[in-house]
Ligand binder design. Structure first.
Ligand code: UDP
Length: 320
């Protein structure tokens, strides 16, 4: 297939682009490089370094079999402080993409959605039928795009799939997490092991969980990429299907820090700090629907293995 990967110079997008190239697809990456990196675009993929808003009409006019839409603003804290950036950058831009897909009859769409569309869960593990009540602007914009996709798929025959990621982690060789503003737990903890950060703050140890720290579902980025390929292959014209993607196991912040200590051999000083605004205590996905309908099975569910891949990537960046 000829595929357009928006945001393919970012973390998840670059891993997916690399896997799609390896699977034999023709891949074009569209990325404005605002947070992505040109050298994260895999060999064999063509990079169009431009904003979706400026070029999407011309790009899709070339004729594509599908779009994988990763490009987005994705910092929860920033989305609270500057909502316009998120409504404009995520929603308005995605509407432009959908319009261009409609006009040029692009048949397939896989959208990078998020567990943040659910907000504070009533039931854990979270099924796709859970109420969607995002607690921040980031989640609200992703949910709004999901709604727009439902309408476009039904009205214009697009075969669409939204994948709601839980906590993406790990790396795929030279493709990994390289955020200028890093807020995610595993890369921050590994920065301590690397020596570029003094310690890690644990945001609260009085949560209603086994060890008092927040529990999250860490999914390996390669398992996530595999789900995208399956979503693309199984998408049905005129339908918008939504799948949660997690490995189904919850790990606490303390368990993550311990895994990082075990993998790196570094003591990693950790200090308890106040709770972070807007954090739910526990977020774990039910991925039963993705397993049943896409035939997806996460293969890299071991936390030490996830951390090991991230650590190898982190060390390779230091050497680079
Ligand atoms: N967390 C933490 N210290 C940090 C960063 C994150 O204790 O420096 C916690 C955070 O409160 C959450 C978990 O680690 O419970 C995962 O946070 P992350 O930002 O990686 O992902 P999120 O779950 O917010 O998408």
């Amino acid at each position: 297939m000829k595929l357009l990967v928006t945001g393919g110079a970012g973390y998840v997008g670059s891993v997916c682009a690399a896997r799609l190239v390896e699977a034999g697809h023709e891949v074009v990456v569209l990325d404005n490089l605002s947070t992505g990196h040109a050298d994260a675009v895999p060999e064999g993929a063509r990079l169009v370094s431009a904003a979706i808003d400026d070029v999407i009409e011309d790009v899709l006019a070339e004729g594509y079999d599908g779009v994988l839409h990763f490009a987005a603003k994705s910092l929860v804290g920033e989305s609270q402080q500057d909502p316009a950036k998120y409504w404009q950058g995520n929603v308005v831009t995605s509407l432009r993409l959908l319009e261009a897909m409609r006009r040029h009859r692009t048949p397939r769409l896989v959208f990078s959605s998020t567990a943040a569309t659910y907000g504070e869960p009533e039931v854990v593990p979270i099924p796709e039928t859970a109420p969607t009540r995002p607690t921040n602007t980031y989640g609200a914009t992703k949910l709004a795009i999901d709604h727009a996709i439902t309408g476009y798929a039904g009205a214009h025959g697009i075969a669409a799939v939204s994948l709601r990621y839980f906590n993406v982690a790990g790396a795929y060789g030279r493709f990994g997490e390289r955020h200028t503003t890093e807020t995610h737990l595993i890369p921050l903890v590994l920065q301590v092991a690397l020596g570029t950060r003094a310690d890690v703050k644990i945001f609260g140890d009085d949560w209603p969980t086994d060890d008092g720290t927040c529990v999250r579902d860490y999914i390996h980025v390669v398992d996530l990429a595999d789900a995208h390929a399956l979503a693309l292959a199984n998408a049905v014209a005129g339908e918008h299907r939504i799948y949660n993607l997690g490995n189904g196991f919850g790990f606490s912040v303390r368990q993550v820090v311990d895994a990082c200590r075990a993998v790196t051999g570094h003591p990693i000083p950790a200090e308890v700090a106040p709770r972070r605004d807007g954090d739910p205590a526990t977020l774990v996905a039910s991925s039963d629907k993705a397993r049943a309908e896409l035939g997806w099975t996460p293969k890299r569910v071991d936390l030490d293995g996830i951390v090991r891949d991230a650590w190898e990537f982190t060390q390779s960046r230091r050497e680079a």
